[in-house]
Ligand binder design. Sequence first.
Ligand code: CA
Length: 235
Amino acid sequence: MPNVLIVEDEPAMAVALKDGFEYEGYTTEVVGDGVAALERVKEIQPALIILDVMLPKMNGLDVCKQLRNDGFNLPIIMLSARGQEIDKVLGLKLGADDYITKPFSFMELIARVEAVLRRTESGNRHATVVQFGDITVDRRKRTVQKSGERVVLSAREYRLLEYFIDHEGEVIERDTLLDAVWDQASLTLTRTVDVHVAKLRKKLEENPSDPQYFLTVHRMGYKFDGHVAAGFIPA
Ligand code: CA
C-alpha cells in the first residue's frame, strides 16, 4: 500500500491521521515541522503528503512551493483551519493537489486521497505533453495541436480541456465543471458548460455531432474518453 507522509504538529491530530491511514492499510510516517517534511520527502519518496499549513520552522505553503520548485511532483493534500480561505487559493496555486479544511471527517479525507492517487496513477496529471487521437496538448506551453496544426482555445476552453484530461473516464456533472473551471459558479449557468463543451468538440473532434472524446452522459454530464495511455515528458 502507498506510503503517506503526514506533516502535522498537533499531536492529537497527527495520531488520529496516522491511525486512520493505517486502518485503511496505508503505511505512514509522521513529522512535526516543515523542515523535517522536506528532508523526509527526499529520503523516503512517499506516495502522497498530508501537509498542514500552520507548522513550526517552515509553513506548509512554503514546503509545497519548495517541493514543486525542486521538481517533486508527488500529490500534496493540504490541511488548514476554517476561515483560512486564502490558504486554499494559495495552496492550489503553489501546486497542492487538493485542500481540506479542519475539522473534517476522516472518510472525507480518505476519499480525496484515493481520488488524487487515482489521477496520479493514470499518469496523466503531471505529464507535460498529453496525446489522444491526433490531438497533442502541451501543458507547459498551454498549446494544443490537431494533426500538427495549432488549435487556438480560449483560456476557459483550455481549462476545461485540462480538467477533462485530469479526470479521464470519470462521469463529471455540469455543476462540478462549473466549480472547477468557472470561478463564480453561482453566477454561471450550467448551459455555459454545454456551450464550451460544444466549442471544444467543434475545434477538436473529427465530427462534432458524433463526438469520440467529449461524450455526453445522459442526465449526468460529460465524460472525457481520450484513451490517453500515458502522457510523457519530452526530453
Ligand atoms: Ca498546525
